[in-house]
Design a protein around this ligand. Structure first.
Ligand code: SF4
Length: 511
């Protein structure tokens, strides 16, 4: 017969816990507690509490700050999970002095005052600077697109949303009609109740869309074109990422190259990044506005790098006006770089299938008269005098559909002989001397130089590890808040955590 050790679930045991001894020197929580207690000025946070004469005592913001940053360092951003950690995890209990704040207190602390977090973020950057973690020789700017607390199913232009609302209304009418017809027949009561609940849900959705359309103006993007709005968070944007389409924000960071310290961070509700250099540069300057004069002077000499997403004429002109030593790649940068000549292989392979196709030389083009005749002798119409594709201007001609439809040369002229669209020819217009000396050409010459390539090559290793560390090592892959103001605050929480981790790893040896 089997024999087991005696056990008793009803027994009691006293386990003495010293909270102080849970925060061991050398651990991240020790660095965090030290920073919050000895380095940060939390007067701005203290000013939010006006309960000295009456009311219940509040949680000390120092305790909440430590708890939230420790939770973020473990990839936990949900206030309910943070509450649970404060009840169950001994390190959280120790760092939070066993106060165990509930989730609403934590959520309120994270989202209530994003501006205050901006101030704390600046203080951490200044601490990094004092510890010698910021070189101020080169800053790399880039963005990371993360989903936020909004559903992409509820996004669309006003026209699309109105169409969706009419579709829902039609579905409700159909269901009601069917009910009326089946009124006489005996229906199962639970089926009836389920359909009633569905009608109620659809009507609520229709009302929600109508209220949105009545109250929110059509949203416009950076170029002024109409873009999709969103019912749950109209400041977020629907954007393409390498992991599919998301509804969210682009968190942009300016990162110093010495130890990848983030000197400025801001979240934007748009997918396009061109146009973001200006607010980021102003943000870096505002971070250093209260810094000593020699620190601001060094900042002026710093170089700035960004990838092709940030490249456009307005940005380059702005950077020249501001006398910033910038290195912004354009989309053709890699193709011009002899070190990446192998990267051209793929497009050339694609071109091979077009080698028997009529080229531009087979068309009779007169740019002065703005006319074009195709190899079959048919006149083509002028589609655009100056169409911008990438950074070049083209004159575009297109054949008439009926000409191509009956043409015996289709096989040699069209990419696919079965295609229904007619042939189009894009003729690149000459780059004028004025354009050659323009800001785009100047940037090309600068970034194509040996020095330009060397400086730009440091961009990738400076800024990309910051996002990789956040999303893969820490495990934060989404924003949990809504509206640009709150999401911006949360992005600063994340980037502040990144900088504190840098202080923890490299800062103390410099101190
Ligand atoms: S396919 Fe169209 S464009 Fe090409 S040769 Fe025939 S008519 Fe002209």
């Amino acid at each position: 017969m089997a024999r087991y050790k005696d056990y008793d679930y009803g027994q009691m045991k006293m386990i003495p816990v010293s909270f102080e001894r849970q925060i061991l020197p050398g651990s991240f929580e020790y660095s965090l507690a030290w920073l919050v207690d000895h380095e940060l000025d939390l007067a701005e946070l203290d000013a939010r509490y006006c309960n000295d004469d009456g009311g219940r005592p509040a949680y000390d913001p120092r305790v909440l700050l430590k708890i939230v940053l420790l939770a973020y360092s473990k990839g936990v951003t949900s206030s309910r999970r943070i509450e649970r950690l404060c009840r169950e995890n001994i390190v959280f209990m120790a760092l939070g002095a066993d106060l165990q704040p509930d989730h609403s207190t934590i959520a309120d602390f994270i989202s209530r005052s994003p501006e205050t977090i901006g101030g704390l973020f600046t203080q951490i950057v200044m601490t990094c600077d004092q510890l010698g973690l910021i070189g101020k020789e080169m800053f790399a700017i880039d963005g990371c697109k993360l989903p936020s607390n909004a559903s992409k199913q509820w996004s669309g232009t006003h026209e699309e949303l109105d169409k969706k609302r009419r579709k829902i209304d039609r579905a409700v009418r159909r269901m009601l009609q069917r009910h009326r017809e089946e009124d006489t027949a005996a229906t199962e009561p639970d089926i009836h109740a389920r359909e009633q609940a569905q009608i109620k849900k659809l009507r609520a959705a229709s009302r929600k869309i109508k209220t949105f359309l009545d109250t929110e103006p059509e949203r416009r993007g950076v170029s002024g074109a109409v873009v999709k709005g969103n019912l749950t968070d109209n400041e977020s944007a629907k954007m393409k990422t390498s992991h599919g389409v998301i509804q969210g924000y682009t968190g942009v960071a300016a990162v110093d190259d010495r130890h990848q310290v983030v000197v400025y961070a801001e979240a934007f509700g748009q997918g396009q990044e061109h146009g973001l250099i200006q607010p980021m540069l102003e943000g870096i300057r505002s971070t250093y506005a209260s810094a000593p004069a020699n620190s601001r002077k060094t900042l002026k000499r710093a170089k700035l790098t960004a990838d092709a997403g940030y490249h456009n004429r307005e940005t380059l002109e702005y950077l020249e006006r501001e006398r910033v030593d910038a290195y912004i790649a354009d989309t053709g940068f890699r193709a011009r770089d002899p070190r990446f000549k192998d990267h051209k292989a793929a497009p050339e392979r694609n071109k091979r299938q077009d080698q028997h196709r009529f080229t531009q030389e087979d068309f009779h083009i007169d740019l002065n008269q703005q006319t074009c005749r195709c190899p079959a002798g048919k006149a083509m119409w002028l589609k655009a005098q100056r169409a911008r594709i990438g950074h070049h201007l083209f004159m575009q001609f297109q054949a008439y559909e009926h000409d191509c439809a009956n043409c015996r040369l289709r096989v040699r002229c069209l990419r696919d002989e079965h295609q229904s669209t007619p042939r189009q020819v894009n003729v690149m217009l000459d780059i004028t001397p004025a354009r050659k000396d323009g800001v785009i050409e100047r940037m090309k010459r600068k970034i194509d130089s040996a020095r330009g390539r060397h400086i730009y090559s440091q961009r990738l290793g400076t800024v990309e590890p910051v996002f990789g560390h956040l999303t893969d090592a820490i495990g934060i892959r989404r924003f949990s808040l809504r509206t640009k103001r709150k999401v911006d605050g949360q992005w600063k929480w994340m980037m502040m955590l990144h900088n504190i981790l840098k202080i923890h790893r490299y800062g103390w040896q410099w101190a």
